[in-house]
Write a protein that binds this ligand. Structure first.
Ligand SMILES: *[C@@H]1O[C@H](CO)[C@@H](O)[C@H](O)[C@H]1NC(C)=O
Ligand SMILES: *[C@@H]1O[C@H](CO)[C@@H](O)[C@H](O)[C@H]1NC(C)=O
Ligand SMILES: *[C@@H]1O[C@H](CO)[C@@H](O)[C@H](O)[C@H]1NC(C)=O
Ligand SMILES: *[C@@H]1O[C@H](CO)[C@@H](O)[C@H](O)[C@H]1NC(C)=O
Length: 312
């Protein structure tokens, strides 16, 4: 009898070996190996089956069941990337080889839970804007997550000053991140990372290193405008203080000038017997009118005279 190393005693066909599940972003691929020392010219094909961890029954991976055909396929891999698996539950997989009527044993023990096992790639795009002693970072998610499981992306920024110690900011749910409290006019290098918002989430792949220089602290336009305004204000203030000091007496005079009393009225006030006041007396009491007028006019007039005297 001939010894065939590829046949096992139970099924007479070796089962697929070294199965692997590759989970990266949205990619979901099951692959395996099969050492073909086979002398049979008939092509070997493979069958993949799946079941949810809670279920008893295995199902073929077909277009009808999950949208992907991995039944009687010649390739040593099954690409589930667009399969309609339930992402929130654990999926078990098994695969076997088939050669005509002969089938191998199932290769089992493969299971994954997408959100537990997936490796998340770096954020798709990263836009960095240097600002005053800070860097504004805008990230875009590695891919669109379905909303079903309530899981979102969280972001981390690994950053360091050139030849400095690395620091990490995160996790942050917002994809716009301000790295502040940096030194002005210094070069900082950074890498972005995305993970899933799960306690057990695996570390994500880091983006390539890129470096940026922060801007000076008082470099923003608003600050410049504010500085110029303050400077102009101070110059004007100094100028007016100087003028005030130089022309002190004139200014004092302007401020003390009382409301002008027409000279004719002054005459009347000095000589209360004139007819105009008699006319006024008919409507109001003489004391009231007299008091109010005298209080305003005479001290004011004295002031003016004093001021004029002091100028001499
Ligand atoms: C393959 O099979 C043929 C006969 O079908 C035999 O002559 C040959 O020796 C076999 N080769 C191997 C490597 O077993
Ligand atoms: C799946 O694909 C293989 C070849 O790629 C084909 O032979 C087979 O019939 C397909 N199965 C179904 C159920 O469509
Ligand atoms: C998925 O993660 C679980 C727990 O860490 C592990 O036991 C299992 O082997 C992983 N599956 C794959 C395909 O990596
Ligand atoms: C990151 O760097 C590698 C090699 O240096 C390059 O092949 C790849 O395209 C870069 N990725 C991005 C997103 O720039």
């Amino acid at each position: 009898p001939i010894f065939y190393p590829f046949l096992d005693s139970f099924s007479q066909l070796a089962a697929p070996q070294y199965p692997k599940i590759h989970l990266y972003n949205e990619e979901q691929v099951l692959s395996w190996e099969w050492s073909s020392a086979n002398n049979d010219t008939r092509p070997v094909v493979y069958r993949v089956q799946y079941k949810y961890i809670t279920s008893e029954h295995w199902h073929d991976v077909t277009v009808k069941s999950v949208g992907v055909n991995c039944t009687r396929i010649p390739e040593t891999q099954c690409n589930f990337t667009n399969a309609r698996f339930l992402r929130c539950s654990s999926v078990s997989l098994r695969v076997r080889a088939e050669l005509g009527e002969i089938v191998s044993a199932w290769t089992t023990g493969l299971w994954f839970q997408y959100y537990q096992n997936v490796t998340i790639g770096p954020p798709k795009d990263m836009l960095v804007t240097p600002e005053a002693a800070s860097l504004l970072i805008r990230l875009s998610s590695p891919f669109e997550l379905p909303r079903k499981c309530g899981i979102v992306f969280v972001y981390y920024i690994h950053y360091w000053e050139e030849a400095g110690v690395q620091q990490v900011k995160g996790p942050m749910t917002c994809s716009t991140i301000l790295l502040d409290n940096l030194k002005p006019l210094k070069v900082y290098c950074l890498q972005a990372e995305a993970r899933l918002s799960l306690q057990t989430s695996r570390p994500g792949r880091l983006s390539n290193i890129s470096c940026y220089e922060t801007m000076a602290k008082a470099s923003s336009k608003v600050q410049q405008v504010a500085l110029i305004s303050v400077a102009i204000f101070l110059v004007l203030l100094a100028l007016s203080a100087h003028l005030l000091f130089r022309y002190k007496s004139q200014v004092k005079y302007w401020f003390h000038t009382p409301p002008r009393i027409p000279s004719q009225i002054e005459e009347y006030l000095k000589d209360p017997v004139l007819p105009i006041l008699e006319a006024l007396d008919k409507e109001s009491s003489p004391e009231d009118t007299w008091d109010s007028v005298s209080v305003i006019s005479f001290p004011a007039k004295e002031d003016v005279l004093q001021t004029l005297e002091s100028e001499r």
